[in-house]
Design a protein around this ligand. Structure first.
Ligand code: SF4
Ligand code: SF4
Length: 77
């Protein structure tokens, strides 16, 4: 697994932050997270997540869930 979920009910769009936008979306170096028309983040490209945990670390509301479990590899032998 990788990024599992962004809980929209917990997200307050960082209303106390001076700068607009979502810190978790800005943390993601591979553009997994995008913002919708309301300015709330959603998982756009989950297959690109490399489980760095920066997005979950940077959400002050704890809205982002990332699992560190890596699917087992199919070895050729
Ligand atoms: S950092 Fe968390 S609370 Fe702030 S906009 Fe992003 S998801 Fe919402
Ligand atoms: S865990 Fe890292 S790569 Fe995955 S969505 Fe979060 S910031 Fe992006």
């Amino acid at each position: 697994m990788a990024i599992n979920r962004i809980n929209r009910d917990l997200c307050d769009k960082c209303k106390l932050r001076e700068k607009k936008g979502c810190p978790t979306a800005e943390s993601c170096s591979v553009d997994v997270i995008r913002l919708d028309a309301e300015g709330k983040p959603y998982i756009a490209y989950p297959e690109d997540c490399h489980i760095c945990f920066l997005c979950s670390r940077d959400c002050p509301m704890g809205a982002v869930e990332v699992s560190g479990m890596i699917p087992s590899l199919a070895l050729p032998y």
